[in-house]
Design a protein around this ligand. Structure first.
Ligand code: ZN
Length: 382
């Protein structure tokens, strides 16, 4: 089967579409323009297609190519939002190719992966590739962190049975588990005063710094998960406060992110943070601990029909077997696979790229093109 679909994916087209998607900023609440390119690319008589603004300016694209109906569908899922760092050596929105790699904003998470999926779906329609089940694409808004776009599609139209490949960058390892995420903020409110009248001041920044150290050190309440041995882990990525070197800070806050294992509950973690923060801070500073976003962990099957099919297609295309793993760093990613699996779909994470947050993000072009071929081969073989 794989050799029949291989020539149906054109490498230049994959790179061209990946570049086009990469050139469109979708960093902050503005996936619509990227979604419109995905829609245009899939506008074809044999593709059932719609674009929907889930919230204003932020759209999902859902596409379906009908199969024979003897098997449940395969969903290819990718997100349209991308996070992009500072300090690039060139303009990140003018993608460039160098030494077999494509560079550009969010190319490895996951503009290129979306391009690979789009062109697999397009080729299935163009070439009438025989499939026993439908092939569905979910190109979704607002993955980060809560998976709003994927949750919306699944709630509104499903499917609620079948198979799903979440195309987050796994270096084409078949990834079967990752942690959930829980983001939190702690706000400190005191009373300002000039350095000349410190008596009676209540220092929010001092409280925040004391609490920062305590929360960094704290033990989280959890039961270990043997498939996610490096979790939980946490980071406090933002600390701010004060306004003037000569005046006590009235307000300060920090924001953190915990990558969770199954069973870690929002209320327990909130209570644990509250206790640690209250113990670390002077009683006269007001404290507000909030949980600001939660996504569930993903634990998929470690064997089965989907994994076997991907393994065969991958081996045919790449000449080596893929690893089946839940290694770091993907173990600490948060993916929409969690929601796809929660809906009852047999799900894995399997996508091109080895994501590093930082400047000059890039992806190996051969791996990218192969991923598109493998997606199509899996759809044909399932
Ligand atoms: Zn991602």
């Amino acid at each position: 089967m794989t050799e029949l679909v291989l020539p149906k994916i054109d490498a230049d087209q994959v790179v061209a579409l990946a570049s086009e998607l990469t050139a469109i900023p979708s960093q902050a609440s503005n996936e619509l323009a990227v979604a419109e390119v995905v829609y245009r690319e899939l506008n074809h008589p044999r593709v059932e297609l719609h674009i929907e603004e889930v919230v204003k300016g932020r759209a999902n694209v859902v596409a379906r190519v009908r199969g024979g109906g003897e098997r449940p569908p395969l969903v290819l899922s990718g997100h349209l939002d991308a996070s992009v760092s500072e300090r690039w050596s060139r303009d990140p929105y003018q993608p460039w190719v160098q030494d077999g790699r494509l560079y550009g904003a969010g190319v490895d998470d996951m503009k290129a992966g979306v391009a690979a999926m789009v062109l697999a779906v397009r080729a299935a329609a163009d070439h009438r590739v025989p499939m026993r089940g439908d092939l569905i694409l979910h190109a979704v808004m607002h993955h980060d962190t809560i998976g709003l776009g994927e949750k919306y599609v699944l709630a509104s139209e499903g499917p609620h049975e079948g198979y799903a490949i979440c195309g987050e960058p796994s270096s084409l390892d078949i990834n079967t588990a990752n942690g959930g995420a829980l983001k939190f903020s702690v706000l400190f409110r005191g009373e300002t005063a000039h350095v000349s009248r410190l008596e009676g001041a209540r220092d929010a920044l001092g409280a925040a710094v004391s609490a920062y150290g305590a929360v960094q050190q704290m033990e989280l309440p959890f039961e270990p998960c043997d498939r996610l041995p490096h979790l939980p882990r946490k980071v406090i990525g933002r600390l701010s406060g004060g306004f003037d070197p000569g005046k006590v800070a009235e307000v300060a806050e920090f924001h953190g992110d915990i990558r969770t294992v199954p069973g870690m509950r929002r209320e327990d973690i909130k209570r644990a943070i509250q206790e640690v923060v209250h113990d670390a801070c002077p009683a006269d500073v007001d404290i507000d601990v909030r949980i600001t976003a939660v996504q569930r962990p993903f634990l998929g099957p470690e064997s089965g029909h989907l994994i076997d099919t991907i393994r065969r297609a991958h081996t045919d295309v790449r000449g080596v077997e893929p690893r089946v793993t839940s290694r770091l760093p993907i173990q600490a990613f948060v993916t929409d696979a969690a929601d796809l699996a929660h809906q009852g779909l047999e799900t894995v994470v399997y996508g091109p790229g080895d994501w590093h947050f930082g400047p000059d993000q890039s992806i190996d072009i051969a791996e990218l093109v192969d991923s598109s071929r493998i997606y199509l081969a899996v759809a044909a073989a399932l």
